[in-house]
Design a protein around this ligand. Structure first.
Ligand code: PLP
Length: 360
Protein backbone atom coordinates (compact mmCIF):
# COMPACT_ATOMS: atom_id res chain seq x y z
CA UNK A 1 0.00 0.00 0.00
CA UNK A 2 1.25 3.47 -0.86
CA UNK A 3 -0.42 6.52 0.63
CA UNK A 4 -0.17 9.73 -1.39
CA UNK A 5 0.65 13.18 -0.05
CA UNK A 6 -2.84 14.63 -0.37
CA UNK A 7 -2.92 18.44 -0.57
CA UNK A 8 -6.70 18.57 -1.03
CA UNK A 9 -8.53 21.57 0.45
CA UNK A 10 -11.33 19.27 1.64
CA UNK A 11 -12.39 16.63 2.16
CA UNK A 12 -8.77 16.38 3.13
CA UNK A 13 -6.03 14.10 4.38
CA UNK A 14 -6.58 12.49 7.80
CA UNK A 15 -4.04 11.11 10.29
CA UNK A 16 -3.05 7.60 9.22
CA UNK A 17 -3.26 6.13 12.76
CA UNK A 18 -6.90 7.25 12.88
CA UNK A 19 -7.72 5.52 9.60
CA UNK A 20 -5.98 2.36 10.81
CA UNK A 21 -7.91 2.36 14.07
CA UNK A 22 -11.21 2.94 12.25
CA UNK A 23 -10.37 0.05 9.93
CA UNK A 24 -9.55 -2.24 12.86
CA UNK A 25 -12.81 -1.32 14.60
CA UNK A 26 -14.97 -1.40 11.48
CA UNK A 27 -16.70 -4.76 12.03
CA UNK A 28 -16.65 -4.91 15.81
CA UNK A 29 -16.37 -1.80 17.94
CA UNK A 30 -15.01 -2.66 21.42
CA UNK A 31 -16.56 -6.13 21.50
CA UNK A 32 -20.09 -4.98 20.70
CA UNK A 33 -20.19 -7.12 17.55
CA UNK A 34 -21.17 -4.16 15.41
CA UNK A 35 -19.76 -1.21 13.53
CA UNK A 36 -20.26 2.31 14.91
CA UNK A 37 -22.23 2.91 11.71
CA UNK A 38 -24.78 0.32 12.78
CA UNK A 39 -25.38 1.59 16.31
CA UNK A 40 -28.46 3.37 17.56
CA UNK A 41 -27.62 6.99 18.27
CA UNK A 42 -29.57 6.56 21.51
CA UNK A 43 -27.72 3.44 22.66
CA UNK A 44 -25.19 3.64 25.48
CA UNK A 45 -22.28 2.75 23.14
CA UNK A 46 -22.83 5.65 20.78
CA UNK A 47 -23.73 8.03 23.60
CA UNK A 48 -20.31 7.30 25.12
CA UNK A 49 -18.58 8.01 21.77
CA UNK A 50 -20.50 11.26 21.42
CA UNK A 51 -19.83 12.39 24.99
CA UNK A 52 -16.12 11.63 24.72
CA UNK A 53 -15.78 13.53 21.44
CA UNK A 54 -17.43 16.56 23.03
CA UNK A 55 -15.29 16.32 26.18
CA UNK A 56 -12.09 16.07 24.11
CA UNK A 57 -13.11 19.03 21.94
CA UNK A 58 -13.86 21.07 25.06
CA UNK A 59 -10.49 20.14 26.55
CA UNK A 60 -8.45 20.82 23.40
CA UNK A 61 -10.10 24.17 22.64
CA UNK A 62 -10.66 25.23 26.25
CA UNK A 63 -14.38 25.78 25.64
CA UNK A 64 -15.96 27.57 28.64
CA UNK A 65 -18.91 25.97 30.46
CA UNK A 66 -21.37 28.59 29.24
CA UNK A 67 -20.95 27.43 25.65
CA UNK A 68 -22.87 24.57 24.03
CA UNK A 69 -21.20 22.25 21.54
CA UNK A 70 -23.61 21.09 18.83
CA UNK A 71 -22.98 18.34 16.29
CA UNK A 72 -25.10 19.27 13.30
CA UNK A 73 -25.48 18.67 9.57
CA UNK A 74 -25.64 20.99 6.58
CA UNK A 75 -21.99 22.04 6.43
CA UNK A 76 -20.65 25.57 6.63
CA UNK A 77 -22.76 26.56 3.64
CA UNK A 78 -25.79 25.41 5.61
CA UNK A 79 -24.59 27.55 8.53
CA UNK A 80 -24.56 30.58 6.22
CA UNK A 81 -28.36 30.44 6.59
CA UNK A 82 -28.62 28.71 9.98
CA UNK A 83 -26.54 31.38 11.77
CA UNK A 84 -28.72 34.33 10.71
CA UNK A 85 -31.92 32.32 11.26
CA UNK A 86 -30.85 31.77 14.86
CA UNK A 87 -29.08 35.03 15.68
CA UNK A 88 -30.27 37.91 13.52
CA UNK A 89 -33.61 38.04 15.34
CA UNK A 90 -31.84 40.11 18.01
CA UNK A 91 -32.36 43.42 16.16
CA UNK A 92 -32.65 42.27 12.56
CA UNK A 93 -29.23 43.33 11.30
CA UNK A 94 -25.71 41.93 11.17
CA UNK A 95 -22.20 43.02 10.14
CA UNK A 96 -20.13 40.92 7.76
CA UNK A 97 -16.41 41.27 7.10
CA UNK A 98 -15.68 40.02 3.61
CA UNK A 99 -12.16 38.67 3.16
CA UNK A 100 -12.64 36.14 0.36
CA UNK A 101 -14.98 33.80 -1.48
CA UNK A 102 -16.31 32.09 1.64
CA UNK A 103 -17.22 35.15 3.69
CA UNK A 104 -18.67 36.74 0.56
CA UNK A 105 -20.97 33.75 0.22
CA UNK A 106 -21.91 33.95 3.91
CA UNK A 107 -22.79 37.61 3.54
CA UNK A 108 -24.89 36.98 0.43
CA UNK A 109 -26.91 34.21 2.06
CA UNK A 110 -27.56 36.22 5.24
CA UNK A 111 -29.38 38.93 3.25
CA UNK A 112 -32.40 36.64 2.99
CA UNK A 113 -32.90 36.87 6.75
CA UNK A 114 -32.23 40.48 7.66
CA UNK A 115 -30.25 43.62 6.95
CA UNK A 116 -26.62 42.96 6.17
CA UNK A 117 -23.92 45.58 6.47
CA UNK A 118 -20.57 44.83 4.85
CA UNK A 119 -18.37 46.31 7.57
CA UNK A 120 -15.18 45.83 5.56
CA UNK A 121 -14.13 44.09 2.36
CA UNK A 122 -10.83 43.04 0.89
CA UNK A 123 -12.31 42.63 -2.58
CA UNK A 124 -10.73 45.78 -4.06
CA UNK A 125 -7.33 44.23 -3.29
CA UNK A 126 -8.46 40.90 -4.78
CA UNK A 127 -8.70 39.42 -1.29
CA UNK A 128 -4.93 39.33 -0.77
CA UNK A 129 -5.05 40.92 2.69
CA UNK A 130 -7.32 41.26 5.73
CA UNK A 131 -8.69 44.80 6.12
CA UNK A 132 -7.33 46.44 9.28
CA UNK A 133 -9.86 46.74 12.08
CA UNK A 134 -9.39 50.54 12.14
CA UNK A 135 -11.02 50.58 8.68
CA UNK A 136 -14.07 48.52 9.66
CA UNK A 137 -17.44 50.25 9.86
CA UNK A 138 -19.09 48.30 12.64
CA UNK A 139 -22.66 48.90 13.73
CA UNK A 140 -22.89 48.84 17.56
CA UNK A 141 -26.48 47.63 17.22
CA UNK A 142 -25.70 44.65 14.99
CA UNK A 143 -26.87 41.24 16.22
CA UNK A 144 -23.38 39.90 15.47
CA UNK A 145 -20.22 40.45 13.42
CA UNK A 146 -19.35 37.59 11.05
CA UNK A 147 -15.84 36.74 9.90
CA UNK A 148 -14.18 33.79 8.18
CA UNK A 149 -11.02 33.10 10.17
CA UNK A 150 -9.28 31.37 7.26
CA UNK A 151 -10.23 31.83 3.63
CA UNK A 152 -9.60 28.40 2.16
CA UNK A 153 -9.55 29.60 -1.45
CA UNK A 154 -7.62 32.88 -1.22
CA UNK A 155 -5.25 31.74 1.52
CA UNK A 156 -5.69 34.69 3.91
CA UNK A 157 -6.05 34.07 7.63
CA UNK A 158 -6.78 36.19 10.69
CA UNK A 159 -3.72 36.22 12.96
CA UNK A 160 -5.51 38.46 15.45
CA UNK A 161 -8.94 38.45 17.07
CA UNK A 162 -11.24 41.33 16.15
CA UNK A 163 -12.53 43.49 18.98
CA UNK A 164 -16.31 43.82 18.69
CA UNK A 165 -17.28 45.06 22.16
CA UNK A 166 -20.71 43.82 23.18
CA UNK A 167 -21.55 42.61 19.69
CA UNK A 168 -20.94 38.84 19.48
CA UNK A 169 -18.23 37.73 17.09
CA UNK A 170 -19.22 34.82 14.83
CA UNK A 171 -16.53 32.91 12.94
CA UNK A 172 -16.56 30.37 10.14
CA UNK A 173 -13.51 28.32 11.19
CA UNK A 174 -14.08 25.46 8.76
CA UNK A 175 -10.53 25.41 7.50
CA UNK A 176 -8.51 26.36 10.57
CA UNK A 177 -10.38 25.03 13.59
CA UNK A 178 -8.02 23.08 15.89
CA UNK A 179 -4.95 24.36 14.04
CA UNK A 180 -3.85 26.71 16.85
CA UNK A 181 -4.89 27.83 20.32
CA UNK A 182 -7.77 30.32 20.35
CA UNK A 183 -9.64 32.10 23.13
CA UNK A 184 -13.18 30.80 22.65
CA UNK A 185 -14.54 33.35 25.14
CA UNK A 186 -13.82 36.11 22.58
CA UNK A 187 -16.42 34.58 20.24
CA UNK A 188 -20.19 34.35 20.47
CA UNK A 189 -20.33 31.49 18.00
CA UNK A 190 -17.87 29.34 16.06
CA UNK A 191 -18.86 26.94 13.32
CA UNK A 192 -16.89 24.56 11.14
CA UNK A 193 -17.51 21.77 8.69
CA UNK A 194 -15.48 18.75 9.79
CA UNK A 195 -13.94 17.79 6.46
CA UNK A 196 -10.97 20.17 6.38
CA UNK A 197 -9.16 19.65 9.65
CA UNK A 198 -11.20 17.25 11.80
CA UNK A 199 -12.75 14.34 9.96
CA UNK A 200 -15.19 13.37 7.22
CA UNK A 201 -17.78 15.60 5.58
CA UNK A 202 -21.35 15.52 6.81
CA UNK A 203 -20.70 16.89 10.29
CA UNK A 204 -20.77 20.55 11.28
CA UNK A 205 -19.55 21.60 14.70
CA UNK A 206 -21.19 24.65 16.28
CA UNK A 207 -19.88 26.19 19.50
CA UNK A 208 -22.38 28.73 20.76
CA UNK A 209 -22.60 30.94 23.83
CA UNK A 210 -25.75 29.98 25.70
CA UNK A 211 -27.26 33.45 25.99
CA UNK A 212 -27.32 33.82 22.19
CA UNK A 213 -29.78 30.99 21.75
CA UNK A 214 -33.54 31.34 21.98
CA UNK A 215 -34.02 34.09 19.40
CA UNK A 216 -34.53 31.98 16.28
CA UNK A 217 -36.73 33.40 13.53
CA UNK A 218 -40.09 31.60 13.35
CA UNK A 219 -39.18 30.19 9.93
CA UNK A 220 -36.19 28.27 11.38
CA UNK A 221 -36.52 24.53 10.70
CA UNK A 222 -36.51 22.59 13.98
CA UNK A 223 -33.46 20.54 13.03
CA UNK A 224 -31.52 23.79 12.55
CA UNK A 225 -32.67 25.49 15.74
CA UNK A 226 -29.67 25.78 18.06
CA UNK A 227 -31.77 25.90 21.23
CA UNK A 228 -33.74 22.78 20.30
CA UNK A 229 -30.55 20.97 19.38
CA UNK A 230 -28.88 22.04 22.63
CA UNK A 231 -31.86 20.86 24.67
CA UNK A 232 -31.66 17.50 22.91
CA UNK A 233 -27.87 17.00 23.12
CA UNK A 234 -27.65 17.34 19.30
CA UNK A 235 -30.08 14.46 18.95
CA UNK A 236 -33.24 16.27 17.93
CA UNK A 237 -32.63 14.48 14.64
CA UNK A 238 -30.19 11.62 14.02
CA UNK A 239 -26.70 13.11 14.09
CA UNK A 240 -24.00 11.99 11.62
CA UNK A 241 -22.87 9.22 13.95
CA UNK A 242 -19.94 7.77 12.00
CA UNK A 243 -18.49 11.22 11.30
CA UNK A 244 -18.71 12.03 15.02
CA UNK A 245 -16.84 8.80 15.81
CA UNK A 246 -14.03 9.63 13.35
CA UNK A 247 -13.76 13.19 14.68
CA UNK A 248 -13.50 11.66 18.15
CA UNK A 249 -10.53 9.56 17.02
CA UNK A 250 -8.92 12.60 15.37
CA UNK A 251 -9.31 14.60 18.60
CA UNK A 252 -7.56 11.84 20.57
CA UNK A 253 -4.78 11.95 17.98
CA UNK A 254 -4.48 15.74 18.36
CA UNK A 255 -4.25 15.31 22.14
CA UNK A 256 -1.47 12.76 21.66
CA UNK A 257 0.33 15.26 19.38
CA UNK A 258 0.53 17.55 22.40
CA UNK A 259 -2.56 19.71 22.05
CA UNK A 260 -3.07 23.06 20.38
CA UNK A 261 0.25 24.74 21.19
CA UNK A 262 2.26 21.80 19.83
CA UNK A 263 0.02 21.57 16.77
CA UNK A 264 0.41 25.28 16.08
CA UNK A 265 4.20 24.95 16.26
CA UNK A 266 4.03 22.02 13.83
CA UNK A 267 1.78 23.99 11.45
CA UNK A 268 4.03 27.06 11.59
CA UNK A 269 7.11 24.99 10.84
CA UNK A 270 5.41 23.34 7.84
CA UNK A 271 4.10 26.60 6.41
CA UNK A 272 7.52 28.25 6.83
CA UNK A 273 9.19 25.61 4.67
CA UNK A 274 6.81 26.41 1.84
CA UNK A 275 6.58 30.21 2.18
CA UNK A 276 10.36 30.59 2.58
CA UNK A 277 10.86 28.75 -0.65
CA UNK A 278 8.11 30.69 -2.46
CA UNK A 279 9.64 34.00 -1.35
CA UNK A 280 13.14 32.99 -2.41
CA UNK A 281 11.98 31.86 -5.85
CA UNK A 282 11.28 34.11 -8.82
CA UNK A 283 9.50 31.25 -10.58
CA UNK A 284 6.67 30.82 -8.05
CA UNK A 285 4.63 33.53 -6.38
CA UNK A 286 2.18 33.70 -3.47
CA UNK A 287 0.07 36.89 -3.79
CA UNK A 288 -0.95 37.26 -0.13
CA UNK A 289 0.25 40.02 2.19
CA UNK A 290 2.84 38.22 4.39
CA UNK A 291 1.17 39.24 7.67
CA UNK A 292 -2.14 37.67 6.56
CA UNK A 293 -0.90 34.45 5.04
CA UNK A 294 -2.73 31.25 5.87
CA UNK A 295 -0.90 28.46 7.65
CA UNK A 296 -3.45 26.03 6.21
CA UNK A 297 -3.97 26.86 2.52
CA UNK A 298 -1.11 28.18 0.42
CA UNK A 299 -2.04 29.36 -3.07
CA UNK A 300 0.78 30.00 -5.53
CA UNK A 301 1.24 30.67 -9.20
CA UNK A 302 3.88 29.52 -11.62
CA UNK A 303 5.71 32.12 -13.69
CA UNK A 304 3.87 30.93 -16.80
CA UNK A 305 0.45 29.32 -16.42
CA UNK A 306 1.08 27.33 -19.60
CA UNK A 307 3.26 25.14 -17.34
CA UNK A 308 0.44 24.41 -14.88
CA UNK A 309 -0.58 21.14 -16.42
CA UNK A 310 2.97 19.78 -16.61
CA UNK A 311 3.50 20.80 -12.97
CA UNK A 312 0.40 18.92 -11.81
CA UNK A 313 1.24 15.86 -13.88
CA UNK A 314 4.78 15.70 -12.51
CA UNK A 315 3.50 16.11 -8.95
CA UNK A 316 0.99 13.32 -9.44
CA UNK A 317 3.73 11.03 -10.73
CA UNK A 318 5.54 11.64 -7.43
CA UNK A 319 2.47 10.84 -5.34
CA UNK A 320 1.48 14.44 -4.61
CA UNK A 321 -2.13 15.12 -5.47
CA UNK A 322 -4.85 17.79 -5.39
CA UNK A 323 -2.54 20.75 -5.94
CA UNK A 324 -4.68 22.50 -8.55
CA UNK A 325 -5.83 25.92 -7.36
CA UNK A 326 -9.49 26.81 -7.03
CA UNK A 327 -11.03 27.59 -10.41
CA UNK A 328 -11.79 31.18 -9.31
CA UNK A 329 -8.10 32.03 -8.73
CA UNK A 330 -6.23 29.52 -10.91
CA UNK A 331 -2.65 28.40 -10.33
CA UNK A 332 -1.88 25.99 -7.50
CA UNK A 333 -2.91 25.58 -3.88
CA UNK A 334 -1.30 23.38 -1.27
CA UNK A 335 -3.58 22.67 1.67
CA UNK A 336 -1.44 21.68 4.63
CA UNK A 337 -3.85 20.93 7.46
CA UNK A 338 -2.85 19.34 10.78
CA UNK A 339 -2.64 15.86 9.27
CA UNK A 340 -0.14 16.87 6.56
CA UNK A 341 3.35 15.89 7.67
CA UNK A 342 6.42 18.09 7.36
CA UNK A 343 7.81 15.34 5.10
CA UNK A 344 4.89 15.99 2.74
CA UNK A 345 5.71 19.70 2.56
CA UNK A 346 9.43 18.99 2.14
CA UNK A 347 8.66 16.58 -0.70
CA UNK A 348 6.54 19.25 -2.37
CA UNK A 349 9.27 21.88 -2.09
CA UNK A 350 11.89 19.42 -3.42
CA UNK A 351 9.65 18.77 -6.42
CA UNK A 352 9.02 22.50 -6.94
CA UNK A 353 12.78 23.13 -6.97
CA UNK A 354 13.33 20.38 -9.49
CA UNK A 355 10.51 21.70 -11.69
CA UNK A 356 11.90 25.25 -11.49
CA UNK A 357 15.37 24.07 -12.45
CA UNK A 358 13.96 22.34 -15.52
CA UNK A 359 11.54 25.06 -16.61
CA UNK A 360 12.76 28.29 -15.04
C1 PLP B 1 -15.11 24.31 2.73
C2 PLP B 1 -15.60 25.58 3.33
C3 PLP B 1 -16.96 25.91 3.34
C4 PLP B 1 -18.02 25.05 2.69
O1 PLP B 1 -18.27 23.91 3.40
P1 PLP B 1 -19.47 22.92 3.01
O2 PLP B 1 -19.23 21.73 3.84
O3 PLP B 1 -19.38 22.64 1.53
O4 PLP B 1 -20.74 23.59 3.36
C5 PLP B 1 -17.33 27.10 3.94
N1 PLP B 1 -16.42 27.90 4.54
C6 PLP B 1 -15.11 27.61 4.55
C7 PLP B 1 -14.15 28.53 5.21
C8 PLP B 1 -14.66 26.44 3.95
O5 PLP B 1 -13.35 26.13 3.96
Amino acid sequence: MTRVFNFSPGPATLPEPVLRQAAAEMLDWHGTGMSVMEMSHRGKEFISIHAEAEADLRELMGIPANYKVLFMQGGAIGENAIVPMNLIGRGGKADYVVTGDWSKKSQKEAKTFGTVNVAASGEAGKFTSIPKQSEWKLDPEAAYVHICSNETIGGVQFHWTPETGNVPLVADMSSDILSRPIDVSKYGLIYAGAQKNMGPSGLTIVIVREDLMGHALPITPSAFNYQLQAENDSMFNTPPTYAIYIVGLVLKHFKAMGGMAAIEAHNKAKAKVLYDYLDASSFYKNPVNPADRSLMNVPFKLKDDALDEAFLKGAQAKGMIQLKGHRSVGGMRASIYNAMSIEGVQALVAYMKEFEAKNG
